[in-house]
Design a protein around this ligand. Structure first.
Ligand SMILES: *[C@@H]1O[C@H](CO)[C@@H](O)[C@H](O)[C@H]1NC(C)=O
Ligand SMILES: *[C@@H]1O[C@H](CO)[C@@H](O)[C@H](O)[C@H]1NC(C)=O
Ligand SMILES: *[C@@H]1O[C@H](CO)[C@@H](O)[C@H](O)[C@H]1NC(C)=O
Ligand SMILES: *[C@@H]1O[C@H](CO)[C@@H](O)[C@H](O)[C@H]1NC(C)=O
Length: 174
């Protein structure tokens, strides 16, 4: 019986370690709703919305909009400036009016809505930077990510051992 406990426990610990390896890089990523509570629509100045935000490689954009009217097209700088939507670099429109764009390249992304809306100002340029240095050395990015950094730095590892300990005691009861 003592032997079987260790046989069972090993996969559990492995699962926790895999979980940690998968979760850690995700924790500091931020998902931005483009235009915040206004969403992706006309009559919003997205240059103003993006101002003061620091987008990092690994973050996400979430476009929420009226699927019957707008769309989400990634274009190059020239087409961004001139609102040409004929040959986008990437068409992110899925049809649901809820499109997620991973910012996984360190570059400037240019998004516009086709169907004439770009001319009214429905366009945004997103400057993506390399990931920030570790939380202790970097300024707090926002209220929520500051909290996450704390969890990651101080609570997560103890939590890992706590989970292993709980597993241990559960298996002892079996
Ligand atoms: C954008 O694409 C158009 C059409 O392919 C091209 O004429 C233009 O030079 C490109 N601009 C940039 C900055 O790459
Ligand atoms: C973008 O993709 C959507 C969904 O596949 C499609 O309905 C739409 O016509 C495409 N738009 C452009 C400009 O390519
Ligand atoms: C970025 O994400 C897109 C969409 O998921 C994918 O097609 C592309 O290969 C990724 N690029 C890199 C450099 O990971
Ligand atoms: C958005 O605001 C910026 C800064 O105030 C301004 O320069 C820009 O012209 C505005 N864009 C639109 C489309 O109104």
């Amino acid at each position: 019986m003592q032997g079987s406990k260790w046989v069972i426990r090993l996969p559990a610990v492995a699962a926790v370690v895999v979980f940690a390896a998968v979760m850690l890089p995700e924790v500091s990523a931020v998902r931005y709703i483009v235009g915040a509570n206004m969403g992706w629509t006309s009559n919003v100045n997205y240059t103003v919305w993006a101002q003061g935000k620091h987008f990092y490689n690994g973050d996400w954009l979430f476009f929420v909009y009226d699927r019957n009217q707008m769309n989400v097209l990634e274009v190059n700088k020239t087409d961004y400036e001139t609102c040409i939507s004929d040959h986008p670099l990437h068409n992110w429109t899925t049809g649901a009016g809820r499109d997620v764009v991973p910012l996984n390249v360190t570059k400037t992304y240019y998004f516009i809505s086709g169907k004439g809306f770009c001319f009214g100002g429905m366009k945004v340029a997103i400057h993506v930077h390399n990931p920030p240095p570790p939380p202790s050395a970097s300024p707090i990015r926002s209220g929520s990510s500051g909290l996450i950094s704390t969890i990651r730095g101080q609570v997560f590892l103890p939590a890992l051992f706590a989970v292993a300990a709980v597993w241990d005691s559960i298996l002892l009861l079996l």
